[in-house]
Write a protein that binds this ligand. Structure first.
Ligand code: UDP
Length: 477
């Protein structure tokens, strides 16, 4: 008898990875496949706390969760007092490289021992490439899900070439030097647009570069690649990646695809409680008047960075909603929290500071007219999907590339990377939101329509999902 298709999904345990991979898990389960979603206990606990489990289980009875007790560090679990971002990431990558692989092998062995439980395919995060070797030991294929965009994924495939050509590490004075060795992106990507760890400012960044080199090289052995993007957004890099992988499934924007196929699903995999009161505040604002400010689930700002951005936002005169996640400011001393009165008064009069919001609903609200973002891939895609122009202030990893795409390739926003002064922020907010750039507004609307078409029946991402389900189902025969 043929085994039932059973997909084991393994995300990297962070918000930006868990969310799209859980959405894929629900889509596969909805299509009738069995799915096991395995992730670190440290992330599974908050994930399950914020899912409405009774309705989730009723909607997706063939989906279950498997905890991996790997001690993965999060800001909430680490013993270190307020570690820097690169320290925390270096610790997280060390766990992923040294502890999680053993637990994943044990999980596979356990499932293979139980009658009828053996997975027939693994969908592993593109930065959990150890899964390819581990699953190979059990004779099952691995599809890599790289939760970044196609452009940044294509850039990551050239990190070794950049090192070989002596371009990494680079000095402050060379930042605007264009890069010519990434096919299709010649003269678009400059050294300053490469992932932050290419700057090699400390040993943690060195470890991160090595981690990504290893992961990207190992990922080549996957049987296919899944990306949360749509063909029409990144046609060149998607085609280029087709020269590395036998098959590339672009399924994005995944949240929009999920809403199309499972309209009532409320399972976006949030790790924090969403403050819904912010929607009432938005209801009271004028159309297209509000600047939404968020730097995602991981990035931290120093006190000075926060103050400069805050001044810039306030000086623009626009109403604003700012997500200030707990732990998102890196404090250097106890006196760090002296906020100038002018900022507090302006924020009371026309701002709203919240801990965590239903971001996609916020972006879709008619009052929101611009997004000041760190350009994490999910946020970037959600903004494209909602038709909201962006100001990119990227911090790490793929964010630098994404922010460049926003300004230089898609022309749907302004890239202010490597600047953090109030005048730059103020003038970017005014330029984005005062309607002076008609070309940008037209591009924002055009990309939104293109995103909508890609998830409709017959659209590129919709068709790719059907093909993925068909191909994954065949892996059991
Ligand atoms: N997000 C959210 N509420 C917030 C802030 C962020 O739901 O208040 C979600 C956002 O919609 C996105 C994810 O968190 O899907 C952040 O992922 P992204 O790739 O943008 O950045 P990361 O957190 O990985 O840096």
């Amino acid at each position: 008898m043929e085994p039932t298709p059973h997909v084991l999904i393994l995300p990297f345990p962070a918000q930006g990875h868990v969310k799209p991979m859980l959405t894929l898990a629900t889509l596969l389960s909805h299509a009738g496949l069995r799915v096991t979603f395995a992730t670190s206990q440290a992330v599974l606990d908050p994930l399950l706390r914020h899912l409405h489990l009774p309705s989730f289980t009723a909607a997706f009875p063939s989906l279950r969760f498997a905890p991996l007790p790997d001690g993965f560090p999060t800001r909430a679990t680490t013993n270190r007092h307020n570690p820097s971002l690169s320290q925390l990431l270096a610790e997280a990558f060390a766990v992923t490289a040294n502890v999680t692989p053993r637990l994943f092998r044990e999980l596979l062995a356990d499932l293979f021992e139980k009658e009828g439980e053996a997975p027939t395919c693994v969908v592993a995060d593109g930065i959990m490439s150890f899964a390819i070797e581990a699953a190979g030991e059990f004779g099952i294929p691995v599809v890599a899900f790289r939760t970044y965009g196609a452009t940044s994924t294509w850039v990551y495939f050239h990190l070794q070439t950049l090192i070989d050509q002596g371009l990494i590490p680079f000095q402050q004075g060379e930042m605007d030097r264009p890069i010519r060795c990434i096919p299709g992106l010649e003269d678009i990507i400059r050294l300053r647009d490469l992932p932050g760890f290419c700057r090699q400012r400390n040993s943690d960044e060195g470890a991160m570069l090595q981690f990504f080199l290893d992961q990207t090289s190992a990922m080549r052995k996957a049987s296919a690649l899944i990306l949360n993007t749509f063909n029409e957004l990144e046609p060149g890099p998607v085609a280029q990646l087709g020269s590395i992988f036998p098959r590339v499934y672009t399924l994005g924007p995944l949240q929009a695809l999920s809403k199309q196929i499972i309209p009532n699903s409320d399972s976006d995999g949030s790790l924090w409680k969403k403050d819904r009161a912010c929607m009432t505040w938005l209801d009271r604002q004028q159309p297209n008047s509000v600047l939404y400010v968020s730097f995602g689930s991981f990035l931290t700002l120093t006190r000075d960075q926060r103050l400069e951005i805050w001044h810039g936002v306030v000086d623009s005169g626009k109403p604003f909603m700012w997500v200030a996640r707990a732990g998102s400011i890196l404090y250097e001393s106890a006196s760090d929290d002296n906020i100038p009165d002018e900022l507090l008064i302006a924020t009371r009069d026309r701002g709203l500071v919240v801990e965590w919001v239903p971001q996609e609903e916020v972006l879709a609200h008619r009052a929101v007219g611009g997004f000041l973002t760190h350009c994490g891939w999910n946020s970037t895609l959600e903004s494209v999907s909602a038709g909201v122009g962006m100001i990119g202030w990227p911090g790490l990893a793929d964010q630098q590339v994404n922010s460049r795409c926003v300004e230089e390739i898609w022309k749907v926003g302004i890239d202010v990377k490597d600047t953090c002064d109030r005048r730059t922020v103020e003038s970017a907010v005014r330029r984005l939101m005062e309607g002076g750039d008609q070309g940008m507004a037209a591009r924002v609307a055009e990309l939104r329509r293109s995103a909508v078409r890609s998830v409709e029946a017959g659209g590129s991402s919709h068709c790719n999902l059907m093909k993925l389900i068909e191909d994954v189902s065949k892996m059991s025969s």
